[in-house]
Design a protein around this ligand. Sequence first.
Ligand SMILES: Nc1ncnc2c1ncn2[C@@H]1O[C@H](COP(=O)(O)OP(=O)(O)OP(=O)(O)O)[C@@H](O)[C@H]1O
Length: 295
Amino acid sequence: MELKIEHLSKRFKDKTAVDDVSLTLTSGVWGLLGANGAGKTTLMRMIADIMVPTNGAIYYDGQDIHEMGKAYRELFGFLPQDFGYSRDFTVKDYLEYMAALKDVPARETSRKINHLLDILTLSDVKRKKIAKLSGGMKRRVGIAQAMLNDPKILVMDEPTAGLDPGERVRFRNFISEFSHDRIVLISTHIVSDVEYIATRNAIMKDGKIVDVGTTDELVKQIEGKVWTCTIPARDLDKYEMRLRIINQRGEDNNQVSIRYLSDKSEIEGSITISPRLEDLYLWLFPQADLSKEGN
Ligand SMILES: Nc1ncnc2c1ncn2[C@@H]1O[C@H](COP(=O)(O)OP(=O)(O)OP(=O)(O)O)[C@@H](O)[C@H]1O
């Protein structure tokens, strides 16, 4: 099973949001990483066949997805960044409505919905209006609707936005299991959400895929560039001005343990540590703001 993206581009008036992307997705979880505006949403919308590319095409096992039409939609699931629902829908009504739209056989609908509500821990709010749910619950309802037709290809744009740490761990485990023999593509700013479950990651920058690989392969390029050391807290401001400090933790005796990115040791006593995917992300996207992440 493969989804082959060939020379795909999308130009808006004066902006090339996706720029000649070629990428072959095979079964497993794929992390799509990139800073704001990199083109992830635009790429995903073309994979969902709801946006027409300016150039290029996408093939599912050799067939053009646009030409496949309904046959493609039957094996495809999509969680957009903002999924639409009528304010009056309860969770159950909405999922029944979406199941009908997706041609899920009526005799299977109720079992499928109950199963998804159960694994996404939404059973208790089944009869509540979606409009009244918390952000994390709404997101999980969105995930449930994307999975109603048991898709072979599941594309999710920022699925973990608004989930609390416990929900994110459950989501990761669930997706990891679900991805056997399926293609799951997840875009996220929360790098740690894909770091351990992604079979491969694709890194997007300015409309282009700049790197593809397993987490281990990708982080190799910054091996020896992630350093840690302990400094007096009073020196922190000084080092913050000239170093790329990516983490700091207060220690006893007015000391601070810092993690920083550099080609060489910048502070006496620094030692290199194993890089993580988040370190690579920050190396590639220095402006990225991780303060909103709940790692
Ligand atoms: N309909 C549109 N018309 C004009 N420009 C657009 C349109 N949609 C997206 N863009 C531009 O294309 C670029 C890529 O946007 P896109 O939403 O795909 O990025 P993204 O990586 O998903 O970002 P984010 O993480 O913030 O959602 C941005 O510069 C955006 O402003």
